[in-house]
Design a protein around this ligand. Structure first.
Ligand code: NAD
Ligand code: LMR
Length: 341
């Protein structure tokens, strides 16, 4: 009797990865950092329909302290802390979603690409650990330069034969969060009512807000359009300069990262019509990885919604600025990985 039950239930257990998830575990790698701490807290504060049952906080140091602190918050999610590489496997095992904000942030005068040399190997090694310990997890890469680190993570997963393009994401949500905020400020809207796609990549001119598709429908003079586009593209630098050497966006990034993670949780739980802008493997343009509106589902990416209608201004920027720079950054990441590994 026991044996036949076991046999009967084996296929159902295997099929869990392609059906609705119930116990949701989120691992935050770099969880003791400027982004990692508030992001882990937002996971701990989660509630239905995006409830996270377990938050695993991992860092090279101080994650146990962060976890102890968070664990006293009177919400239901369990929090565990994991310090150092020896404890990484435990943090990852059973994770449905892994969020990676590990790595160094910019200082004034630096580009995101200036972080490449340090962060490339951090992301590669963490992606490899995911491949080994939670090959079916959805992985959300925050570490910069995102335009290269997503490609690096993909190569690391491919090396282990577990790359699934539906489950690897570059987090570009902060660009959408900024676009909503800045448009709302300009037009007197409540930011929560504003919808606007931001496509391309996550660095300067590769960030392309599609202001022509703003909802509620509104119009911009050419000067307003140029100024808003410039501010959205340079939002990160605005914060880096204001922090004057103390790092880059952490709190707004934690908020944005949590919005993306919660969208994934809802989609993995079976909710329909969950749409987010995120960088995924893509055939929407000639760039292998490209951020556009993506419908999420129980397996991660369900459907890429593509570019949609673009104004002439947006088309020109896409061709002349976004695609050439993003393409170079993707290739840089891929080349670096194959030289190292
Ligand atoms: P931070 O220095 O405050 O925190 C980074 C954390 O990563 C530290 O706690 C550090 O110990 C940890 N870390 C370093 N190596 C690690 C490893 N191998 N494994 C696990 N953890 C490791 O930096 P931050 O402000 O949190 O920023 C982190 C990254 O996120 C930066 O690269 C930054 O540029 C990027 N970022 C991206 C976006 C985005 O929109 N995608 C927005 C803001 C910041
Ligand atoms: C941001 O957009 O705030 C991040 O990418 C951090 C940075 O370096 O600007």
């Amino acid at each position: 009797m026991m044996l036949s039950r076991a046999i009967k239930f084996a296929p159902a257990a295997r099929s869990l990865s392609t059906s609705v998830q119930n116990n949701m575990k989120v691992a935050v790698l770099g969880g003791a950092g400027g982004i990692g701490q508030p992001l882990s807290m937002l996971m701990k504060l989660s509630h239905p329909p995006a409830f996270v049952d377990e938050v695993a906080v991992y860092d090279i140091q101080h994650a146990k302290g962060v976890a102890a602190d968070l664990s006293h918050i009177d919400t239901a999610a369990k929090v565990t802390g994991h310090d150092g590489e020896g404890e990484l496997a435990d943090a990852l095992k059973g994770s449905n979603i892994v969020i990676i904000p590990a790595g160094v942030p910019r200082k004034p005068g630096m580009t995101r690409d200036d972080l490449f040399n340090t962060n490339a190997s951090i992301v590669a090694s963490l992606a490899e650990a995911c491949a080994i310990n939670c090959p079916e997890a959805c992985i959300a890469v925050i570490s910069n330069p995102v335009n290269s680190t997503v490609a690096i993570a993909a190569e690391a997963l491919k090396k282990h034969g577990v790359y699934d393009p539906r489950r690897l994401f570059g987090v570009t949500t902060l660009d959408v969060v900024r676009a909503r905020t800045f448009i709302a400020g300009k037009k007197g809207f409540d930011p929560k009512d504003v919808s606007v796609p931001v496509i391309g990549g996550h660095a300067g001119g590769t960030i392309l807000p599609l202001l022509s598709r703003t909802e509620p429908a509104t119009s911009f003079t050419d000067e307003e359009r140029d100024a808003l586009t410039h501010r959205i593209q340079n939002g990160g630098t605005e914060v880096v300069e204001a922090k004057a050497g103390a790092g880059s966006a952490t709190l707004s990034m934690a908020w944005a990262g949590a919005q993306f993670a919660f969208a994934l949780v809802r989609a993995l739980n079976g909710e329909k019509n969950v749409v987010e802008c995120t960088m995924v493997e893509s055939d929407v343009t000639s760039c292998q990885y490209f951020s556009s509106q993506v419908e999420l589902g129980v397996n991660g990416v369900e459907r890429n919604l593509g570019l949609g209608d673009l104004s002439d201004y947006e088309k020109q920027k896409l061709e002349a600025e976004v695609i050439p720079e993003l393409q170079k950054s993707i290739e840089k990441g891929q080349k670096w990985f194959h030289e190292q590994y």
